[in-house]
Design a protein around this ligand. Structure first.
Ligand SMILES: *Cc1c(COP(=O)(O)O)cnc(C)c1O
Length: 393
């Protein structure tokens, strides 16, 4: 190997010595309540497949039909020759689902943030961002070149303070927050945030990746949950979590979406989403609009799981969604807990520093509408056994 690349091996070795090297598990089954992982069948408490749509027969059928009709590749970026009827149909359906004027789709939720933020603010501007925002928001903020001012997590009063301190020092301002914070499952206080940003004439954007298909009426998202239609300027969402496919979406008023068609760089310079993905996303909107059954089941599962965990004596943090953190304190304990669960055929992720603050390591349980009552019972039984063995309960 070249000497000039030796540093990489050194860095990798340091990660391994510190127990921070991520060994990535491999699936040999579709997404669902159970997974085949590294040759073993395990109960799935890790995926963002909230509604069980990732392997839903109607979704798969829609994707297959789109391949037969439109082929597999988009062939171009959206702005040259990559916009198919399907893309426009999905955008129209999403705007209607979310109750906004217009929507534009992107290749992923990550990319949606990279498209939206730099199109709205630049060097002379300022960003007010929650200190715990997702990596893709952080990267979108950095790309924009605007000054970044953080406020305390989910703290509208602190946002007010930061905006006041920066008054007069910028051309435009944008406040950006996650809707649902995925490490704790808590919600941004979007109603209070809107009160503050509207007072100071600051644009407001929410990234609802974990709220889309989960919170609000029939999964219409956090803006719907708080009844803030027409008030939040930009809603970013993803098709890769509850929607079970892949892709991102930005929804808002017609002028903003028109502007993103002109200035959203990943829209202009990276090829369109594939016909199969787009058709499956449309099928997901169909399913969500037809019935709230899956969303209701997701919440029932989440509420039941949390309730029983609390009765057993576990600390499940302050989640307001079906995301269930199981607070354990130190990272080595969380890692050991996760390994012991895996031995009991339960796949649940340990999260430690720097993903979450020091001393706040946890197991994060991702519930899904795909879980049956027996699945939940088995999962809870495994938590009880491991919790007792490790002296947590
Ligand atoms: C997962 C996530 C994303 C990325 O979405 P993808 O569609 O997987 O790229 C963006 N923002 C937040 C808040 C997320 O949780």
């Amino acid at each position: 190997m070249n000497k000039r690349l030796d540093w990489i091996q050194n860095e990798l070795d340091t990660l391994k010595e510190g127990g921070l090297y991520n060994r990535i598990r491999t699936l040999s089954s579709p997404q669902g309540a159970w997974l085949q992982v590294d040759g073993k069948k395990v109960l799935n408490f890790c995926s963002n497949n909230y509604l069980g749509l990732a392997n839903h027969p109607r979704m798969a059928a829609a994707a297959k039909a789109a391949i037969d009709r439109y082929g597999v590749g988009p062939g171009a970026v959206r702005s040259i020759a990559g916009t198919m009827e399907l893309h426009l149909e999905l955008e129209k359906r999403m705007a209607s689902f979310k109750g906004v004027e217009a929507a534009i789709t992107m290749q992923s939720g990550f990319v949606a943030n990279l498209a939206a933020i730099p199109a709205l603010v630049g060097k002379e501007d300022v960003l007010f961002t929650d200190e715990l925002n997702h990596a893709s928001i952080i990267d979108g903020c950095r790309l924009s070149g605007a000054r970044i001012e953080k406020y305390k997590h989910a703290d509208a009063a602190d946002l007010d303070r930061v905006i006041r301190e920066n008054k007069g020092s910028y051309r435009r301002a944008l406040c950006v927050t996650d809707g649902v914070f995925s490490m704790d499952g808590d919600l941004a206080p979007l109603d209070k945030i809107y009160e503050i940003t509207s007072q100071h004439d600051v644009m407001l954007m929410v990234d609802d990746a974990h709220g889309e298909g989960v919170v609000g009426r029939g999964g219409r998202g956090i803006v719907d949950h708080f009844g803030l239609h027409g008030k939040v300027d930009v809603e970013v969402g993803t098709f890769s979590k509850a929607f079970g496919v892949m892709g991102g979406v930005i929804a808002g008023n017609a002028a903003i979406i028109d502007w993103l068609r002109q200035r959203g760089r990943p829209f202009l310079f990276s090829s369109a989403a594939t016909p199969a993905d787009v058709a499956a996303c449309i099928a997901a909107v169909d399913l969500l609009e037809e019935s709230t059954e899956l969303v209701d089941k997701l919440w029932e599962n989440g509420n039941l799981f949390k309730k029983v965990m609390k009765v057993m004596g576990f600390d499940t943090g302050n989640s307001a969604t079906p995301i269930t953190p199981v607070m354990l304190g130190e990272a080595p304990l969380a890692q050991q807990f996760s390994r012991e669960l895996f031995d009991e055929n339960v796949f649940a992720m340990a999260l430690g520093f720097p993903t979450v603050p020091k001393g706040k390591a946890r197991i994060r349980v991702m519930l899904s509408a795909a879980h049956s009552p027996t699945d939940l019972e088995e999962g809870l039984e495994a938590f009880k056994k491991v919790g007792k063995k490790l002296g947590v309960i």
